[in-house]
Design a protein around this ligand. Structure first.
Ligand SMILES: Cc1cc2nc3c(=O)[nH]c(=O)nc-3n(C[C@H](O)[C@H](O)[C@H](O)COP(=O)(O)OP(=O)(O)OC[C@H]3O[C@@H](n4cnc5c(N)ncnc54)[C@H](O)[C@@H]3O)c2cc1C
Length: 417
């Protein structure tokens, strides 16, 4: 099928403004004139194609010009009133195109082809960064039709599904032997393809106990993991040991990225509890470390003072009230206001805290290196543009000397209530 071709000469002739007798130039004009906007009636070519109406920029600006004033001033809101009207007319269509906020979709795997167990330390009922990495690695191994099962001994965390767990199960047993028996029972009941532990004091110990009970080899401290291969340095880091992922694996910090895309179901499952074995341990409970004396590198919550803090009495009282370990920037330690052991940063202590609260600290690169692994950062600073404010998840732009007593008062009121 051929498309009729447009004849430019005919189109041009159709735009020509003719005289009253239908030929020759328009009256009073020696040269031929054309009606580009197609407004004038044309007897010679009444059906000639009309061009789109062109915008006259001078008229456009003139319409937006405000009255008075020595210099010309323009009300930009009046500019493009035509296009504004068009936009208004299109509003329903635009609204239909805009994404409507929806609850995140949950991926449900009803009948997984195989299972991958992920053991989490979950201190205080919260998944730590390394727990999330272990779950991320479990997802990597399970994504070929399998399911990831999160096993832990604490309360089931709310964000287990977002961290990638298809199933969650509570392991009974608080002492290391009871916990190892519970994992062994879970492994025998679920017959997983892989069991992943974090290479932490708790996770590493549990992995070794489970490996001995199962009589199976354990791949310790994997630094790289994928569905097909796993690797770790050997012989003092001179060679790399690589193999296909075995059943029992412990993962070094940073071996895998936490899962971050689709929310999984995190369906709770019941596991049969092993019969408690006769133990010489009669009772066991976790005694939280004293935040005032715990090593800075092992502290969970650090309250740190920078050059912007002058009231150190209020700072120490706040650290006690919050149950935080006190830290400081190098400036403060150099000035002798805090001990050198409290220095946070590249040339001080690199933290693994879940929460870091910085008071009057600028956030120099050397200081930020020390808090790179902290999950939550809070900052108080009078400078909105301080690097620490940019790093913080929550910042208060205010004098630290005002914020500290206000926080203390709020804490005391809460305690009293
Ligand atoms: C080789 C090398 C290694 C280093 N290693 C480290 C290290 O390990 N750790 C470290 O910390 N530093 C280190 N530094 C020093 C670092 O570069 C910074 O100088 C230091 O961190 C600055 O400390 P500060 O943020 O407390 O002080 P400042 O840079 O003086 O910042 C003070 C901040 O407090 C704010 N402020 C002021 N008054 C108030 C107020 N009333 N209320 C609230 N906020 C207020 C200001 O806006 C400012 O942001 C190192 C430097 C070098 C060269």
């Amino acid at each position: 099928m051929s498309r009729p071709r447009r004849d430019p000469r005919a189109a041009r002739a159709g735009q020509r403004v003719t005289g009253p007798h239908g030929a020759g130039p328009a009256v009073g004009h020696p040269r031929p004139r054309f009606d580009l906007f197609g407004t004038a009636p044309n007897a010679a070519a009444p059906n000639a194609a009309r061009l789109a109406v062109r915008r006259d920029p001078r008229a456009h600006w003139a319409a937006a010009r405000t009255r008075g004033g020595a210099r010309p001033r323009f009300d930009l809101s009046l500019l493009g009133q035509g296009s504004l009207l068009q936009t208004r007319a299109l509003e329903p269509q635009i609204a239909a195109l805009e994404p409507v906020p929806q609850a995140p979709q949950v991926r449900i795997i009803d009948d997984p082809a195989f299972l991958v167990l992920a053991l989490a330390d979950a201190p205080g009922g919260h998944l730590s960064v390394q727990d999330r990495q272990v779950l991320g690695a479990a997802r990597l191994l399970a994504d070929a039709g399998g399911g990831a099962v999160l096993l832990l001994t604490s309360l089931l965390p709310e964000d287990a599904g977002a961290a990638g767990a298809d199933r969650v199960a509570d392991l009974c047993g608080t002492d290391p032997d009871g916990r190892a028996d519970a994992v062994l029972a879970a492994v025998l009941a679920l017959a997983p393809r892989h069991v992943l532990f974090a290479e932490t004091p708790t996770g590493g110990d549990l992995a070794r106990r489970v490996a001995v009970r199962l009589g199976e080899p354990l791949f310790c401290g994997a630094e790289q993991i994928s569905a097909k291969s796993i690797a770790r340095p050997a012989r003092g880091g001179t060679v790399e040991r690589r193999s296909t992922p075995p059943r029992l694996i412990t993962l070094a910090d940073g071996a895998a990225a936490p899962h971050g895309r689709v929310v999984h179901e995190a369906r709770p499952v019941e596991l049969t509890r092993p019969a408690p074995r006769d133990s010489f341990i009669l009772a066991m409970e976790e005694v939280p470390a004293d935040p005032a004396t715990v090593a800075l590198g092992e502290a969970d919550f650090v309250l740190s003072a920078g050059h912007g803090v002058s009231d150190f009495e209020a700072f120490r009282a706040l650290a006690v009230a919050l149950g935080a370990t006190p830290g400081a920037s190098r400036m403060v330690c150099d000035a002798g206001l805090m001990p050198r052991a409290a220095q946070v940063g590249a040339s001080g202590t690199v933290l693994a805290a879940r929460c870091y609260f910085a008071l009057g600290i600028a956030g120099a690169p050397q200081h930020l290196q020390g808090i790179a692994g902290c999950e939550h950062v809070l900052a108080v600073n009078i400078d909105l543009h301080a690097a620490m404010v940019a790093r913080a998840g929550l910042a208060i732009v205010q004098d630290a000397q005002l914020v500290m007593p206000a926080l203390l008062k709020a804490l005391h009121e809460e305690e009293g209530a």
